[in-house]
Ligand binder design. Structure first.
Ligand code: M6R
Length: 609
């Protein structure tokens, strides 16, 4: 997830671009750059690091001109560096591109373009777009972009300028956001409206496979075949801070809503129904090495630890490899048994959590190969591991982890399916069913996010209770722990996650009419046992909210409230269960009033022991 901005008009473009990038910096801050077109050609300036570094580099010599593009980067392909910073240009320097998204087939396209004689300067997928457009350019930039877009697989919002056509900016999008700001004598393009809200509130949202050409006084939108499309501007009434959060009151809520997209991005290029298999290029393990693994140890903290608990269930179930999960801060002090047949998997959104990094080093020093699951390209976890699988969640700003968690789960499921494929532990028909179910998950997540009035109503009833107990069995024990953690960290309420079978060994003593129990009762092998546990809570005058599947008539006789989520395979259900639990925590905190995005005493990245 990167931020892109484009401006054409009578004003000097560069200060407008830099100001727009400031508003978009929440989308990525590994590097930043601008390109301005003037009588001398395209002037490109870029710098690794936060936008401040670019501003320092620009000091006293800002490029002049009324047309330009800007970019703030969240690295996906190629580490953060000056060379990998956007904008990227073609061989001639006459076509310049900024991009948000992932070009899945960039390796194939790059090989073809190199064979045709194109020379590359960066490791990015974006540079491929610049050369691809160059290869199709015959004096009509929009036409070249349409042809290139048809060849690109993956997600993109591309904003492009060409020296030969100094009166326009052309853009195209598929699966990545692109919004047009409609001004007077000037027009804008950006990833979101916050970038140009100062100048105009009239916006047009581009759809998938739209190609947009803006000049100072005109906006033209076509489909990929060049057929014109008629789209009317609409007005947005958000303030600047709200626009940055996509109209949501908090980043946490925005990030909860981003999960279907983040899940799709994380699957992209790895799971394909047409190819009938899972591919994990970054894992860097040979098939023989995967067959030789006799134990897996997962190392993580907090939410990532909960993801690893679910990962253990999935991998043991599908691949029959024993998995241990360790809270990273405990690992090194317990003298763990690790050798060269052990595979270490470290899970960390930031890739910088000190305890997790120490665990990674500990596992490597004992001879294990280690792979990292992280959201941050070039982070320490990524650099120090033998292989890395990125979760393409985009920057997570809220301290409470949401989309990082569900994309970590998704990555662990992909690993489980991939290992099962290599080790032959699944019948082909069963493997196909599971791939299809996984593919469907983002759509099912959307159904939950389309209407969650029942969650809000529950939060409104229970926010003033004395506490919450989350109970579940099997793989959803991870969900119970994660649900409780979310409530604790943002609403400062007492909340516990428990294996439902453990209730009678202690926690049931807490149950009274002021203590709400959230029971995960989705379709599972232990559904009947969960019903008994609900009965036990009800018998002690506790109120029960069940997270259940639609058409479950039985649960109506047991729970006080039911929050329904679509059905899926039991092992994948933690992804869907996570959503109402995150929303519940959010709305409980909302009613109680704490600072949701930055809760007290917590930091987004914990780099101390
Ligand atoms: O960056 P990491 O995934 O390594 O962070 C681990 C934990 O600090 C993190 O998950 C923390 O528990 C979250 N605030 C939970 O929402």
């Amino acid at each position: 997830m990167c931020g892109i901005v484009g401006y054409i008009g009578e004003q000097n473009a560069c200060p407008i671009l830099v100001d727009g990038l400031k508003r978009l910096e929440y989308r990525g801050y590994d590097s930043a750059g601008v390109a301005v077109l003037n009588g001398n050609g395209i002037d490109v300036r870029k710098s690794v690091g936060k936008l401040k570094a670019l501003e320092t580099a620009l000091e006293n010599c800002w490029p002049k001109g009324g047309l330009g593009v800007g970019h703030t980067r969240w690295a996906t392909h190629g580490r953060p560096s000056d060379e990998n910073a956007h904008p990227h240009s073609d061989c001639t320097g006459k076509i310049t591109v900024v991009h948000n998204g992932i070009i899945e087939n960039y390796v194939q396209l790059k090989a073809r373009l190199i064979e045709e004689g194109h020379q590359f300067k960066s490791e990015t997928d974006t540079e491929v777009a610049a050369h691809l457009i160059e290869s199709h350019y015959k004096g009509d930039l929009a036409e070249a972009i349409r042809t290139a877009a048809k060849e690109i697989e993956g997600s993109f919002a591309l904003v492009v300028i060409a020296q030969e056509e100094p009166d326009k900016i052309v853009a195209a999008r598929r699966h990545s956001p692109l919004v047009i700001g409609v001004g007077e004598g000037e027009n804008f393009l950006a990833s979101d409206v916050s970038a140009f809200l100062k100048y105009t509130r009239d916006v047009i949202y581009a759809d998938d496979d739209n190609v947009v050409t803006i000049t100072r006084n005109n906006i033209k939108i076509t489909d990929l075949d060049g057929n014109p499309l008629d789209k009317k501007p609409r007005q947005v009434d958000w303030d600047a801070a709200m626009a940055e959060r996509g109209g949501y009151e908090h980043f946490m809520l925005k990030e909860i809503h981003e999960q279907p997209r983040a899940l799709r991005e994380t699957m992209r290029g790895r799971l394909s129904l047409e190819k009938d298999c899972v591919e994990l290029p970054g894992i860097n393990l040979t098939d023989d090495e995967i067959r030789g693994i006799d134990r897996i140890i997962m190392i993580a903290c907090g939410t990532a630890y909960h993801a690893s608990m679910a990962g253990k269930y999935a991998i043991e179930h599908l691949c029959r490899i024993p998995v241990e999960v360790d809270v990273a801060s405990e690992l090194r002090y317990r003298d763990p048994i690790i050798d060269e047949h052990t595979l270490g998997i470290v899970i960390s959104q930031s890739g910088e959590t000190l305890d997790t990094i120490v665990g990674l080093h500990e596992a490597k020093s004992k001879g294990a190969k280690v792979i990292a699951i992280t959201n941050v390209v070039g982070s320490m976890a990524a650099r120090d591991s033998d292989g890395v699988l990125y979760t393409y969640a985009g920057p997570e700003i809220a301290v409470a982890s949401t989309k990082a968690y569900t994309t970590q789960l998704m990555t662990l499921y992909l690993i489980a399916l991939y290992f099962a494929q290599v080790r032959g532990t699944l019948e082909p028909e069963r493997a196909r069913q599971l791939r299809e179910a996984l593919w469907e998950l983002p759509r099912r997540a959307e159904i939950i996010l389309d209407d969650y009035r029942d969650v809000i109503a529950a939060a409104e009833r229970y926010y003033c209770f004395n506490g919450f107990l989350y109970m579940a069995r099997g793989i959803n024990l991870a969900s119970a722990l994660e649900g409780a953690l979310k409530v604790k960290e943002i609403s400062y309420m007492h909340a516990e996650g428990y294996a439902a079978g453990e209730m009678k060994h202690g926690p049931i003593a807490m149950i009274d009419p002021t203590f709400a129990t959230i029971a995960v009762t989705v379709k599972s092998a232990t559904y009947d046992k969960m019903l008994s546990n609900i009965r036990e809570v009800k018998a002690r005058s506790g109120e029960v909210i069940a997270i259940a599947n639609p058409h479950d008539e039985t649960i109506k006789d047991y729970a006080d409230r039911i929050i329904t989520i679509p059905e899926t395979e039991e092992i994948f259900s933690p992804v869907l269960v996570a959503l109402p639990l995150q929303l519940m925590a959010y709305f409980v905190a909302h009613s109680r009033g704490p600072a949701i995005d930055q809760p007290r005493n917590l930091a987004k990245t914990v780099t101390v022991e």
